[in-house]
Design a binder for this molecule. Structure first.
Ligand code: FE2
Ligand code: FE2
Length: 266
């Protein structure tokens, strides 16, 4: 039996030392074989320190993707670069956005990517939502609304192209595959207080490019079970967009980081 801890949107940078330690204790005492983290760990200027602290404290291998908050007060490009270099220094850390297929058990594989809300679901043009992302992330803060839309789509496409590269191999090799990502890949997987996102919110909380990639690849490997783990909305829900695909979106609460669930794998 392999036991995996999954956590998302832990926002460690807004927690006191004591609360962070409680979370690390929870992970360590749960005795998991690995921890999977779905992004929104900290912000650009503290993410490396937080990952170092977490890795030392949890005493298990950590596979992670980054969320939009991890780039706040910095640049997407630079933080991704730093995360990838970080994993060269720490053999217990794997940044899935830069990684090939990972073997969880002989029958189960893992891939992942940050994803990015790409403005394609819902109605971006009429949406009045102004995300903090658009003010606090270097690459996004320089754009007006329409130029920003192009950039969001490019980021979505980048995430999808990574998954199109690694997912077919994983689906072919294993009977079951997990995808860890930050942003819900479908509007039906984008939950908020028990409802799915409306057309105002969906553009900023879903990654259609990743959703399209997942469903296309899953349709080619119908005998392989695909489970997608995401967060970002801080509100939980489950969606089954295809017979072999389930998308689990987990909730989260600022200042209360926790394990979303322990996944037990044969
Ligand atoms: Fe979050
Ligand atoms: Fe987020």
């Amino acid at each position: 039996m392999t036991r995996i801890g999954w956590a998302t949107d832990i926002h460690l940078s807004v927690c006191t030392d004591e609360i962070r330690q409680q979370f690390y204790d929870e992970v360590r005492l749960t005795n998991v074989d690995a921890l999977w983290i779905g992004g929104d760990i900290g912000e650009a200027d503290n993410i490396e320190d937080l990952l170092t602290e977490l890795l030392t404290a949890v005493e298990t291998k950590v596979y992670f993707v980054l969320g939009n908050h991890d780039f706040y007060f910095g640049s997407i490009h630079k933080v991704r670069e730093a995360a990838s270099q970080f994993c060269e220094r720490f053999e217990n850390a794997v940044y899935l956005s830069c990684s090939q297929v990972q073997e969880v058990t002989p029958g189960i594989g893992l891939v992942g990517h940050d994803g990015w809300a790409d403005g394609r679901f819902g109605n971006y043009e009429t949406s009045m939502i102004m995300m903090n992302d658009y003010r606090h992330i270097q690459e996004l803060s320089r754009f007006g609304k329409l130029e920003r839309w192009d950039y969001l789509k490019e980021q979505g496409d980048l995430a999808a192209s990574h998954l199109r590269e690694v997912l077919p191999e994983a689906m072919q090799r294993y009977g079951e595959v997990y995808v860890v990502t930050h942003v819900p890949p479908l509007q039906d997987a984008c939950w908020y207080e028990g409802q799915t996102a409306d057309d105002q919110w969906a553009p900023h909380f879903t990654c259609k490019a990743v959703g399209d990639a997942l469903l296309e690849v899953a349709a080619q490997y119908r005998d392989t079970k695909l489970s997608v783990l995401c967060g970002h909305t801080h509100s939980p829900g489950i969606c089954h967009p295809a017979p072999n695909v389930t998308i689990y979106t987990d909730g989260a609460e600022y200042e209360h980081p926790r394990l979303s669930r322990v996944i037990e794998l044969e």
